[in-house]
Design a protein around this ligand. Structure first.
Ligand SMILES: [Zn+2]
Length: 329
């Protein structure tokens, strides 16, 4: 005789009762779509390393984003891609009023009033050396001017109309500086601060760096991004950023760091938890599907649902347009 408590299958024998086994289900409003904005206003450039993704010019945003908003797209995060401009050591053009990010924020606000618009904030796309901060002569990070510059850029994105600024630079103390900057500019109650709190020095950023042309010209980012093994540091970074005024905590990358997402959900239990399914993760899911390892859609759902299971409530993913279709089917 089987013991009564041994029988679990009765609870998930139907697709509906299987869905009930998740604490939270993926919804369209959880998705934030990363978009690359070129400084060529008419750009529509295919990127071979990120299947289906393009660098978009400001003039192309209406036709690109319009159909997605109709399908239920709730939020985007913008990354500027300066293709033509002169870069310098302090990333002067990061907040150029005529630069791609600020022009795109204004355009999207005007075109799609309900869309939540976040801006990634970093200097690496705009610095001549490709690092995320301002450097000493010996090539190491000079923290105070880096933090001041990052905060200045964030405030200028908020002034342009961004609903959210999201610093990805990993400089110590930048959350506090940005929050204070927003408050001083009268925007403390008008702009959400999403911190890339636990951002690891990962091998999975390759396609992104090709997309935004931000590979460092020397060295690497291991002195500011977290070591992949650093669970304790990640927890400390999350605690620090909540204390410094972050409204949302992010973990990046996502799939190899599900334990960190779970830690974030516990350490910052009263904050929304975001995770970024980064370019290399997206490319891996596609590559595996192309190689016949699994079905693309099934695997895309499995990856994102595992992030939600771990504790994420916001998912940054290049699969967003696909999910908007898949969730309707
Ligand atoms: Zn950067």
């Amino acid at each position: 005789m089987t013991d009564i408590s041994s029988i679990l299958q009765g609870g998930y024998q139907h697709p509906v009762s299987r869905a009930w086994q998740s604490k939270r289900q993926l919804t369209k409003s959880m998705l934030m779509y990363p978009i690359f904005i070129s400084d060529d206003p008419d750009a529509e450039e295919v990127m071979t390393t990120l299947p289906g993704q393009r660098r978009w010019g400001v003039n192309k945003l209406e036709n690109f984003i319009g159909p997605l908003v109709k399908k239920g797209l709730a939020s985007v995060i913008l990354f500027g891609v300066p293709m033509k401009v002169q870069k310098d050591p302090r990333g002067t053009l990061a907040d150029d009023p005529e630069g791609p990010v600020i022009l795109a924020v204004k355009k999207l606000r005007e075109l799609f009033p309900s869309l939540f618009i976040a801006c990634d904030v970093c200097l690496c796309e705009y610095t001549s050396h490709g690092h995320c901060g301002i450097l000493h002569d010996d090539g190491t990070i000079n923290t105070p001017p880096s933090v001041a510059r990052i905060a200045e850029v964030a405030v200028n994105y908020a002034k342009a109309g961004a609903h959210c600024v999201a610093p990805s630079d990993m400089m110590d103390g930048r959350i506090k500086a940005i929050k204070q900057g927003l408050i001083d500019a009268g925007l403390g109650n008008k702009c959400t601060l999403m911190s890339y709190s636990a951002k690891f020095a990962s091998s999975l950023y390759g396609p992104f760096r090709d997309a935004v042309l931000s590979a460092p010209s020397f060295g690497d980012r291991k002195c500011y991004q977290l070591p992949p093994t650093a669970k304790g540091l990640a927890r400390r970074a999350i605690q620090r950023d909540t204390a410094e005024g972050a409204d949302i905590i992010m973990v990046k990358p996502a799939l190899p760091y599900l334990d960190i997402i779970s830690d974030a959900a516990q350490v910052a239990a009263d904050h929304p938890i975001a995770c970024y399914q980064v370019s290399g993760e997206f490319a891996m899911v596609h590559a595996g599907a192309r190689a016949g390892v699994y079905d693309l859609r099934t695997m895309a759902f499995e990856t994102v649902e595992s992030m939600i299971r771990a504790g994420a409530t916001i998912i940054l993913t290049y699969f967003t347009p696909d999910f908007l279709d898949w969730l309707d089917q």
